[in-house]
Ligand binder design. Structure first.
Ligand SMILES: *[C@@H]1O[C@H](CO)[C@@H](O)[C@H](O)[C@H]1NC(C)=O
Ligand SMILES: *[C@@H]1O[C@H](CO)[C@@H](O)[C@H](O)[C@H]1NC(C)=O
Ligand SMILES: *[C@@H]1O[C@H](CO)[C@@H](O)[C@H](O)[C@H]1NC(C)=O
Ligand SMILES: *[C@@H]1O[C@H](CO)[C@@H](O)[C@H](O)[C@H]1NC(C)=O
Ligand SMILES: *[C@@H]1O[C@H](CO)[C@@H](O)[C@H](O)[C@H]1NC(C)=O
Ligand SMILES: *[C@@H]1O[C@H](CO)[C@@H](O)[C@H](O)[C@H]1NC(C)=O
Ligand SMILES: *[C@@H]1O[C@H](CO)[C@@H](O)[C@H](O)[C@H]1NC(C)=O
Ligand SMILES: *[C@@H]1O[C@H](CO)[C@@H](O)[C@H](O)[C@H]1NC(C)=O
Ligand SMILES: *[C@@H]1O[C@H](CO)[C@@H](O)[C@H](O)[C@H]1NC(C)=O
Ligand SMILES: *[C@@H]1O[C@H](CO)[C@@H](O)[C@H](O)[C@H]1NC(C)=O
Ligand SMILES: *[C@@H]1O[C@H](CO)[C@@H](O)[C@H](O)[C@H]1NC(C)=O
Ligand SMILES: *[C@@H]1O[C@H](CO)[C@@H](O)[C@H](O)[C@H]1NC(C)=O
Length: 712
């Protein structure tokens, strides 16, 4: 009897071991889930305004789908209807990333996410994920002011705009930038997921998982209310979204006392402006070459051309140069500056403004006319009209001897999207916007990741070293230098300078070439390094001098994203170099100039910079004094706590915890079910055995001990 029990229990243990072994073997074949983390991926993130959310997100635990590469129309049918393994994670080349394809997927539950392989092969003739009428709700023309011009009724500025950047996708969309990783994904796909003669592929299949869960939902009003609530009632408040913000950069030919606010007596300024930022569908991917860089470079070259002359023969009026941040998102920077001027919280006010000249998109002139855009509504006022005509006359006479042809659009045509519109909303200021287009934009890649150096035809002959490329004068550089000369001379005349000085104002094509290289190709170059503080040029990968062009997406400011690699910092230091003077201050004096009684912080900023590297590779840092200033570029809506504002930008960016992408193999559902089934069976069995053994424990174990005695 005891022997019998003994035998049963041994058999049980054997069975248990066998089952465990079987499970182990089975699950190890399933556990071939070798995760490959993908690096260099760029998500599309969620942004919110007063009424909407746009962008993309995954579920909180990431979205997973079987990989399918979209290569033909029939792949689309496979993904959306016939394929047997939904949901699919769709991999596509640039050529397929357009509105019709994305909108068909948007409404399908069979799509888990999209990954776009970024390359320029097969790029369509035009692609702009922006709207056809940029900033249409926050510009000058509205239901109340010239409704016949509102909503691009007269001129559709960006006819190629497909609006993708303003859609709300409920699945993640990533861009894959690394060629080699794309190969890894392709190989995984080809090895496991390829259809053989039209029949479904068999398990295990290659799958992808994308993580981009966004904390904020619905709109800025909701998000800010929830964040405020959290702040009030929680010890550990969690911020759900942040207003888009950064800084405007400004300087003036005659330094202004930055501690004094409001109207400056006897000061009349001519404003020269351009924008600093751009955007695209994907987060922080905004080369913004024609859209923004053409203007930045031209205005910087203008300043460089003007400075020697304005120092020697200052014109009666001051010239105020400003670079506006966040203009792509409903004019954040310009609306803030105008707001501050109206509130007497800026170094000048609107009554100090004599006139304004703005540089728009001017990189695609290609020998054609430069267009002077003006506002037909304010020109109905004859005194404004006279001033506008006078400004046009100055620009026209500045063109004498230059190879720039000038033209003006028909009188009734409204202004293109421009910062000047925000000034006109507040006061009828005479002004012009210079652009390379008459009606719709010449730029066929407006606010997309393809508006890059190539779009502006900034390319270099092969075999040039980086240092040779830096100073290589492309046709584009020469063309922009001509425009910069034109703008500089126009401004000098507009400020009342002597005509005899005009021939001394000439922009340097070499400076333009260096600026184009730095902003479009490589910010980590010897010139930019010499202009920045020594500590930032020494840091590693994450410093502001990482490889590639600077960041043109406005972002959330330095507080959240660590080191600022944004264009703002570069423009600030370049301006310091172009307009400043070298001082003999030491490093500590430079950081604290108020302790030196000859220096004046009200009029100047002080910059401790690396200086050019000498032959033996060392650099001699020095202190530069310049009247270059930053002013906050954050929408007044957040200062006024009007999160539903219709007058000011309300754009916020959602927070998130992790952005991640990985691929791995998945077993079939049946196999997974079987594994689960066996697992449950084993569990039940082991429970049973444990119960059996423990209930008979006394018997089993005591018998074992008693055995010798009982045999006697
Ligand atoms: C991504 O980076 C990690 C760590 O640097 C590396 O182990 C992994 O192989 C990379 N992934 C790919 C696909 O190259
Ligand atoms: C979108 O891409 C597909 C595939 O390349 C193409 O067939 C289709 O014509 C494109 N649609 C538009 C509107 O460009
Ligand atoms: C658009 O402009 C036309 C004239 O060009 C005008 O007749 C029409 O009323 C305008 N539409 C709106 C909505 O103002
Ligand atoms: C918010 O953005 C959406 C999407 O672009 C737009 O339709 C809507 O008009 C915007 N709301 C405001 C108040 O501007
Ligand atoms: C891709 O792989 C090749 C060869 O393995 C290598 O030379 C190259 O540097 C890699 N490129 C990137 C971006 O990692
Ligand atoms: C696919 O079909 C072709 C012709 O129908 C046949 O020759 C080939 O062997 C098939 N391939 C496989 C892998 O079944
Ligand atoms: C600048 O303005 C402030 C405030 O009005 C004033 O106190 C200061 O003296 C001024 N600085 C100079 C150098 O004039
Ligand atoms: C681009 O630049 C090259 C040489 O710099 C020139 O030959 C070519 O015509 C330019 N293309 C356009 C479209 O301007
Ligand atoms: C201005 O140009 C004239 C000749 O065009 C030249 O003689 C003079 O030296 C120049 N002045 C400066 C400051 O460059
Ligand atoms: C500007 O930069 C150049 C080149 O690095 C340098 O030689 C010059 O001294 C700098 N000037 C100022 C005012 O910083
Ligand atoms: C800097 O130069 C000024 C004169 O330009 C001189 O008075 C001052 O002592 C110098 N300071 C240093 C630290 O050399
Ligand atoms: C490097 O050269 C500069 C002059 O160009 C000299 O003053 C300095 O002492 C040199 N440094 C070294 C480490 O040789």
């Amino acid at each position: 009897m005891r022997k019998m029990e003994h035998l049963i229990s041994i058999n049980c243990v054997k069975l248990l071991i066998a089952t465990l072994f079987y499970t182990c073997v089975l699950s190890s074949s399933v556990e071939q889930k070798i995760y490959v983390e993908l690096n260099n991926t760029v998500p599309c993130v969620r942004l919110l305004n007063a009424t909407h959310q746009i962008g993309c997100q995954s579920s909180i635990s990431g979205d997973t789908g079987v990989l399918h590469v979209l290569e033909t129309e029939s792949d689309l049918d496979w993904i959306l209807s016939s394929g047997p393994h939904p949901p699919y994670m769709v991999i596509m080349e640039t050529a397929f990333f357009n509105r019709s394809v994305m909108m068909r997927m948007k409404n399908s539950p069979r799509v888990a996410g999209v990954a776009v392989i970024v390359s320029k092969t097969g790029l369509a003739d035009h692609f702009s994920p922006h709207t056809t009428c940029p900033n249409q709700n926050t510009g000058l023309y509205s239901e109340n002011n010239a409704p016949e011009l509102a909503n691009c009724n007269m001129t559709v500025w960006n006819p190629f705009g497909n609006g993708l950047s303003y859609e709300d996708f409920s699945f993640p969309v990533f861009a894959l930038k690394d060629e080699n990783q794309t190969q890894v994904i392709r190989k995984c796909y080809e090895d496991h997921n390829l259809r053989v003669n039209g029949s479904a592929p068999r398990y295990p299949l290659c799958a992808m998982q994308l993580f981009s869960h966004m904390h904020a939902v619905t709109d800025t009003v909701t998000c800010m209310r929830r964040t405020d609530l959290q702040n009030r009632f929680s010890i550990n408040p969690e911020v759900l979204c942040d207003p888009l913000s950064d800084f405007n950069v400004w300087t003036s030919t005659r330094p202004l006392n930055s501690s004094a606010k409001g109207h400056v007596a006897d000061e009349s300024v001519v404003i020269a402006a351009t924008r600093l930022d751009g955007r695209s569908f994907f987060w922080e991917q905004a080369p913004a070459a024609e859209g923004t860089v053409s203007g930045i470079v031209t205005l910087l070259a203008t300043i460089q051309a003007l400075y020697p002359v304005t120092r020697e023969a200052p014109p009666p009026r001051n010239i105020f140069f400003t670079f506006f941040q966040g203009e792509a998102f409903d004019y954040i920077g310009s609306s803030k500056m105008v707001y501050d001027m109206e509130k007497n919280d800026f170094v000048i006010d609107l009554n100090n403004v004599h006139s304004m000249l703005e540089i728009g998109q001017i990189g695609l002139r290609r020998g054609q006319s430069l267009w002077m855009h003006s506002d037909p509504v304010s020109r109905r006022n004859t005194s404004v009209d006279t001033e506008v005509l006078n400004l046009m006359k100055n620009v026209n006479s500045a063109a004498a001897g230059l190879s720039v042809k000038l033209d003006q659009p028909s009188f009734s045509q409204p202004l293109p999207p421009s910062s000047f519109q925000r000034f006109l909303r507040a006061k009828q200021i005479p002004g012009l916007v210079l652009a390379d287009h008459n009606t719709s934009f010449n730029n066929r890649y407006y606010e997309s990741m393809y508006d890059d150096a190539e779009n502006m035809n900034v390319t270099y002959p092969p075999n040039l070293s980086p240092d040779e490329q830096l100073v290589y004068e492309t046709e584009e550089a020469k063309s922009l230098a001509e425009v910069a000369t034109l703008v500089a001379r126009s401004l000098y005349m507009q400020a009342g300078g002597e005509n005899s000085r005009l021939s001394n104002i000439t922009a340097d094509p070499k400076i333009v070439a260096q600026l184009l290289y730095g902003f479009l190709v490589q910010k980590n170059n010897s010139w930019f390094r010499s202009l920045l503080p020594p500590e930032v040029t020494k840091k590693g990968d994450n410093s502001i001098l990482s490889s590639g062009p600077p960041q043109f997406y406005i972002g959330l400011g330095p507080r959240i994203h660590g080191p600022v690699h944004s264009v703002t910092r570069f423009v600030q230091y370049i301006l310091a170099n172009l307009t400043g003077s070298v001082t003999n201050l030491t490093e500590s004096q430079c950081q604290n100039p108020s302790e030196v009684n000859t220096e004046n912080k009200d009029f100047f900023s002080y910059f401790w910079v690396s200086g050019p590297a000498s032959v033996n590779g060392t650099e001699e840092p020095f202190c530069v004094q310049a009247s270059v200033r930053l002013s906050k570029a954050v929408s007044p809506a957040f200062e006024l706590l009007q999160y539903g504002s219709r007058d000011y930008s309300t754009w916020t960016e959602s927070r998130w915890k992790s952005i991640r992408a990985r691929i791995f193999l998945v077993a079939s559902r049946e196999l997974e079910m079987l594994t689960l089934g066996v697992g449950v069976a084993v569990l039940l069995l082991s429970l049973l055995v444990t119960y059996f053994i423990s209930s008979k424990a006394e018997l089993l174990f005591s018998s074992a001990r008693e055995t010798p005695t009982t045999t006697y």
